[in-house]
Every structure is written in structure tokens, then in C-alpha cells.
Design a protein around this ligand. Structure first.
Ligand SMILES: O=C(O)CCC(=O)C(=O)O
Ligand SMILES: [Fe+2]
Length: 411
């Protein structure tokens, strides 16, 4: 071996015959282990004192076995890859076109990819080759042909570990057009307080900057009663707030004493109810916002003493989600409440009283920066003092909400 390799070529200690193989990463894997031996008994001492690292070129020639640079050793290390999951096969009769060399090159590239990944350590533990054939399959193009299986079961080989994060699974379309551009918020509310809308609906303006507006009888008694009923059919559950960030980058939900109501999400069957459809279509018409940008109605029930303390409907991390941030809340009061249960805007000092069929509208964002939070619209649901309060939230987002929702991409 000595004398046949230049220092450069013996970089990986695998140079056998530089004319026959030019791969820099793992060439010469076919040379037999007997070709590759230490040339002097001093090797183990030199290795001990760090010469394999410090004096690499020289050591590759004189002490390849001590420095663990022989092809058979290298191959074993690469293939074994405990950190990347299953020990990998290099050839398979089922994929005769895949050469051992291609598999080795893929493993080297995989190693590099994983080392450079900026992922949470916990997520990295998911990123393993779960099958010994991953590398061969990847070389054979299976990552593209069979992505569902390959990108989750052979994620190092397919270099698809990002898919274990919500941002990786649910990439944002930078070309998507937001529902509100600069000025659209003011335009919408201005339309609501102008003809012909004004003669059709009983509109009251509580504040113009930020906008806080109520519309009487936006939904009928029958519709309100149906929504209450549908909440019961789905089953009211203790309301939750946005919780903490999870390893995959998504956010959990949490029950706190900040919010003590119960709610039901109007999904699947409820979504297709005639009254629900009519209400949602009306909300879309009056706001001019696409129905698809709206969350499913959140049907709420507050019993005596229950409340939702001061909070904002804007969810900051939604800026990194396909649906974008919440821009507008339409809150529907579904019944009259004997006492308490008003919606109070903390910094505006406005309190709206529940009344069946009344809608309360306010933005979560700014007119001139419609992706940014308007800090003035913090609000709370005051405790119900007598009776029960029923309501419904309709939240509109900057972008399509329903599609990412159906793909598990919203949290
Ligand atoms: O119940 C209310 O009056 C308001 C509820 C609310 O602000 C919310 O659910 O985000
Ligand atoms: Fe709210």
C-alpha cells in the first residue's frame, strides 16, 4: 500500500488504486483487510498520543489499522451507525442495480446530513432508519417513489428528518395571498357602518380605533337555539388555552383556571347542519372573508361563576403556520343572560351585554400591519352571575384554515 497513495489520496486511508476509483469519501471498499496493516509497532503509541488526528496523512500510510482507516473498518463503522438506527445492508438481490459503493456513499452523506441537522434532541431520536434496507432503497429512488413510508421509516437515508417537526410537515406557502392586506380591516368595518348594510342590520359602533362593533339579530332565535343544541349533541368539554411548545414545534392545549367555561367544536356532523351552514355563510358575507379562512364554530357554555379572564385571541406562533394569525373575532351571543357574563374590553373599558342573536366583532390585528397583534383588544368574559350563558366564537385567519386543519397542521 505504502507508496501507491499520495497524502491527499490517503486522506481517508482507503486509497488502493487511485486510477480505478475516484470517490473521495469511501473509495476502495473492495480492498481486502490484509492489504491494510500497520507498518510499525509504534502505531499504538502514536495513536494514543493523538497522531491519528494531528498527523493524519502520515498516519494513514504508516498506521491505517490503528487509526481505524482500513476499508473494512470504515465500512463497518459507517454501516453499523447505531445512532442512525438499524445496521444497513449495502447490497440486495432485490435491487441488483444498487452497488455497494453507492450504498456506502449514501451512508456517508446521511451521516453528514444528520450531523448538520438543527433539530431538538428528542426529535432526533425519531430520526432513525427503521429498516436495514433503508439505504439501498434510498439509492434506488424509493424516497420519491414511496414517500409516505420512506420519509418516516427511513428518514436519515431520505434526509427527511425535518418531517418530524410541524414546520417541516406543514410548510408555509410564501406566495399565499392574505385575506387582509394593509387597509382592508378599516375598509371592512367602514362597509359595515355604511349603506346599504346599515339599513339592513342594526349596527352599533362602540369604538372605531380599534374597531368594536355589535350587530343585532345577526342570527335568528331558531339558529341560536340550534347552535346551543348542537353543542349539547357534540358534548361540551372543559375549555382549554394554548399550552406549551412540544418537541416537534407544535403547541399543546392546557386547562387552567384562567378559563373555566365548557365548549364544543362544531366539526364533522355539526359543520354540515343547515343552520350552521347558513350562519357561517352569513358571517363570510358580512365580513367579506372567505369561509374557508374561518375556524369551525366554537360553541361555548358558561355556568354560574364561570368566566374567561383577560386574554387576546391572537395566537402569535400562528404566524409560522399555514393558516396565519387570527385577524377577526365574531362572537355570537346565543341566549339572554339574567346577570353577568358580559364581554369586557380591558383597555377600552367597554362591556357588551349578552343578548340572543347579537354579534360582537373586533379585530386581533392592526389595520396598517394586519399580521401584527393589536394590543388594545385584550378582553375577558365576565363571570355569569345568574343563569347560563351560551355563545359561539367564529375566528377568521389570514389564510385558508380548513385545509391545514384537515391535515393536522394548525397547532
Ligand atoms: O364569552 C365571551 O364573552 C368572550 C369569549 C372569548 O373571548 C373567547 O372565547 O375567546
Ligand atoms: Fe377571546
Amino acid at each position: 500500500l505504502e507508496g501507491t497513495c499520495t497524502a491527499q489520496e490517503s486522506n481517508m486511508g482507503t486509497c488502493v488504486n487511485s486510477a480505478s476509483n475516484s470517490s473521495a469519501t469511501s473509495s476502495g471498499s473492495s480492498s481486502s483487510s490484509s492489504d491494510c496493516q500497520d507498518k510499525t509497532s509504534q502505531c499504538s503509541y502514536w495513536k494514543e498520543v493523538g497522531e491519528c488526528k494531528d498527523n493524519r496523512a502520515f498516519m494513514a500510510k504508516r498506521c491505517p489499522r490503528s487509526c481505524h482507516l482500513c476499508p473494512d473498518q470504515l465500512q463497518d463503522d459507517l454501516v453499523h451507525g447505531v445512532d442512525l438506527g438499524e445496521r444497513q445492508l449495502l447490497t440486495s438481490v432485490n435491487f441488483p442495480d444498487v452497488t455497494e459503493q453507492e450504498s456506502l456513499d449514501r451512508i456517508v452523506a446521511t451521516r453528514e446530513y444528520v450531523q448538520n441537522l438543527h433539530l431538538n434532541e428528542e426529535i432526533k431520536t425519531f430520526c432513525i432508519n427503521k429498516n436495514d434496507g433503508c439505504t439501498i432503497w434510498a439509492v434506488a429512488g424509493e424516497c420519491d417513489k414511496n414517500p409516505m413510508y420512506m420519509k418516516t421509516h427511513c428518514s436519515p437515508a431520505c434526509m427527511s428528518c425535518e418531517l418530524f417537526t410541524v414546520e417541516g410537515r406543514c410548510p408555509i406557502d410564501r406566495n399565499a395571498v392574505p385575506a387582509w392586506k394593509e387597509g382592508d380591516l378599516d375598509a371592512m368595518f367602514t362597509r359595515l357602518i355604511s349603506e346599504p348594510f346599515l339599513s339592513q342590520y342594526d349596527v352599533q359602533v362602540w369604538s372605531m380605533d380599534p374597531w368594536v362593533v355589535t350587530i343585532e339579530n345577526l342570527i335568528s332565535k331558531e339558529e341560536a337555539e340550534r347552535l346551543i343544541e348542537l353543542g349539547g349533541v357534540r358534548g361540551y368539554e372543559r375549555s382549554k388555552d394554548v399550552g406549551s411548545k412540544k418537541p416537534d414545534g407544535s403547541y399543546g392545549e392546557i386547562v387552567t383556571d384562567h378559563r373555566t367555561s365548557h365548549n364544543a367544536w362544531c366539526q364533522s356532523g355539526c359543520r354540515n347542519d343547515t343552520h350552521v351552514k347558513a350562519v357561517k355563510q352569513r358571517l363570510s358575507e358580512i365580513t367579506g372573508l372567505p369561509e374557508i379562512n374561518s375556524e369551525d364554530l366554537q360553541l361555548l357554555r358558561y355556568e354560574k361563576g364561570q368566566y374567561y379572564k383577560s386574554h387576546h385571541d391572537y395566537i402569535a406562533h400562528n404566524i409560522d403556520r399555514q393558516q396565519g394569525v387570527r385577524i377577526l373575532t365574531v362572537f355570537l351571543y346565543l341566549n339572554d343572560v339574567e346577570a353577568g357574563g358580559g364581554t369586557h374590553f380591558n383597555s377600552l373599558n367597554i362591556t357588551i351585554t349578552p343578548k340572543q342573536g347579537r354579534a360582537l366583532l373586533w379585530p386581533s390585528v392592526l389595520n396598517d400591519k394586519p399580521h401584527d397583534q393589536d394590543w388594545r383588544t385584550f378582553h375577558e368574559a365576565l363571570p355569569v352571575e345568574v343563569g347560563v350563558k351560551y355563545g359561539a366564537n367564529a375566528w377568521f385567519h389570514q389564510f385558508d384554515y380548513q385545509t391545514p386543519s384537515s391535515k393536522g397542521c394548525i397547532l
